[in-house]
Design a protein around this ligand. Structure first.
Ligand code: 0RQ
Length: 498
């Protein structure tokens, strides 16, 4: 092979202060690990010598600790986009140490092409294979890789033997055109192929190839618990009922599901509901539960941006690729999350809320209105264009001291216009076709925890009547009481009424 092979440390030493790096991957799946770890060490050494060294990081979604964690601890990140889940990164962002731009994931590639986020000078791409003529075969996550590979001045490839070459052929890589007069994205069913199974780059742009053998830094899952199981069951029963009354066709519709334990529980419950026929997924992340259901024949096909599965599950896929090859497709985030396709094929979307308000507005990103949790991820891409959009969350957090159902969300990511259904372990609030006051009654009655129902009814009593009733001096009263006294249950509306 005609490329220059080098160590991860040598590759990292090519990167200069102030660069913007474009990384492959989506969630820890497909994210480069070795070069970024070495970059963190270089940053620490330079800082110890009193030298300035920081880079901008742009990638598909979250990464592993070797990227966001190590680089944050080394104080090596100046700005970053989009979604992340790393605890150290979260702390640094909320301390004002890193400029973090939260973006709808489907829009990131377009914003990069348009130059809204500056110039990506170096792309670091994890691959399972490269060829002399510049074909790069990706691994378990795609994200914005086709775009950063094309825009970057130079490319470093991490050739990772931990990923099987059996993956070749599973990707469908397509980059959207620039406006105006773009042609439609020609996907009418989740399994449609529209692109190439590899990224074609000018081989002279590949300045270094780093051979590694490092597994993905996959996140594990908690065991399911009665709350997540009940949420899953509530979602499954709601969708089965919609199918029985013909709102959802008898063939069912493609599903999207977010990350985390609730998403796993919802899919498990859907898999167990025999009244729901085998279905397809048009989604951004595929977790272990989807792979299990594909094996059981409950899921017919999965279109995704990443295989965000545990390493034993990933190995199972690699070992049984003849079975999985025609049941999975890996796409760039601008296609896996493309609102045009989501609207066309009628996706039922299922995402997680931090809190929802009685009128159906949803906060997916901020704790008490100020502290960033993870980011909006793809939840907005899917929700706004959904056939039916569902948000779920436990009715309380922090041992019951926080109600997830509040008078007004402390930060808004998804508005009442886009949110169709709210689900907690208490029940289901179907908001479709309802006025704000009808929505408030349904959300309080069906979704709020019993500890908070009366408090929320009492809030409505002190509210000024209108299309959307509120008492403005108290809209965030429950949040304020939590911050002052540590328990929203101690809220007394009389303290707010002037
Ligand atoms: O904190 O771990 O310290 O106890 O938030 O909450 O219930 O474990 O649920 O892991 O699924 O995360 C919305 C953050 C939920 C996630 C969010 C605290 C709670 C806990 C985590 P602890 P859970 P999850 C897919 C598409 C973004 C939007 C989306 C997320 C921690 O699902 O990032 O769906 N979504 N994108 O205690 C204070 C509240 C709280 C609260 C929960 N009201 N107030 N703390 N917590 N509710 C992603 C991609 O696109 C890739």
């Amino acid at each position: 092979m005609s490329f220059t092979f080098m160590s991860a440390a040598e590759a990292a030493s090519l990167i200069k202060d102030g660069e913007i790096l474009g990384l492959s991957g989506f969630t820890p799946a497909g994210t480069p690990k070795a070069v970024v770890s070495e970059l963190a060490k270089i940053a620490e050494e330079k800082h110890a010598r009193g030298e300035q060294f920081q880079v901008g990081i742009i990638t598909g979604a979250s990464t592993g600790d070797s990227c966001d964690g190590a680089l944050t601890r080394a104080k090596a990140i100046s700005f970053r986009a989009p979604y992340t889940t790393n605890t150290d990164f979260r702390k640094a962002v909320n301390n004002g140490e890193i400029r973090y731009t939260d973006i709808h994931l489907s829009q990131l590639a377009q914003r990069l092409r348009s130059g809204f986020l500056g110039h990506v000078s170096t792309a670091i791409i994890e691959a399972c294979e490269i060829t002399d003529d510049g074909r790069i075969y990706l691994t378990a996550g795609v994200g914005v890789t086709p775009t950063v590979a094309r825009l970057a001045d130079r490319i470093i490839v991490e050739l990772n033997a931990a990923h099987s070459k059996n993956l070749i052929g599973m990707h469908d890589l397509y980059e959207m055109e620039r406006p105006p007069y773009r042609r439609p994205i020609p996907i009418v069913r989740p399994s449609d192929r529209i692109g190439l199974p590899y990224i074609q780059v000018d081989p002279s742009k590949i300045v270094g190839v780093v051979e590694v053998n490092i597994p993905d830094e996959a996140r594990g899952f908690h065991d399911s618990d009665p709350v997540t199981d009940k949420i899953g069951q509530n979602v499954a029963e709601f969708l089965a009922a919609d199918m029985r009354r013909g709102v959802i066709p008898s063939t069912f519709l493609p599903l999207q599901s977010g990350v985390g334990n609730i998403a796993n529980a919802v899919l498990s419950a859907l898999g167990k509901d025999s009244s729901i026929p085998p279905f397809e997924m048009y989604t951004e992340v595929i977790q272990n539960s989807v792979i299990k259901l594909i094996k059981e024949g409950r899921i017919k096909f999965g279109s995704t941006c990443s295989l965000s599965v545990t390493n034993d599950c990933l190995q199972d896929i690699y070992d049984n690729m003849d079975f999985f090859r025609h049941k999975l497709i890996l796409r760039p985030s601008e296609i896996s999350n493309c609102p045009e396709v989501v609207r066309r094929i009628g996706v039922i979307t299922m995402n997680t809320a931090i809190e929802a308000d009685i009128y159906g507005n949803v906060n997916s990103t901020h704790i008490c209105g100020t502290k960033m949790m993870n980011g909006i991820g793809g939840s907005g891409d899917f929700t706004r264009s959904a056939y039916i959009s569902i948000f779920s969350c436990p009715s309380t957090a922090k041992g019951g001291c926080i109600s997830s159902i509040v008078p007004m969300v402390s930060h808004q990511d998804h508005s009442e216009h886009s949110v169709n259904v709210i689900v907690t372990e208490q029940g289901v609030a179907d908001l479709r076709g309802k006025s704000p006051m009808e929505r408030a009654k349904t959300v309080i009655e069906n979704c709020a925890h019993p500890d908070y129902k009366q408090l929320l009814w009492d809030y409505l009593k002190i509210s000024t009547k209108g299309q959307t009733s509120h008492y403005l001096p108290a809209v965030l009263g429950m949040h304020q009481v939590f911050m002052e006294k540590g328990d929203m249950r101690l809220t007394n509306w009389a303290d707010f009424v002037k």
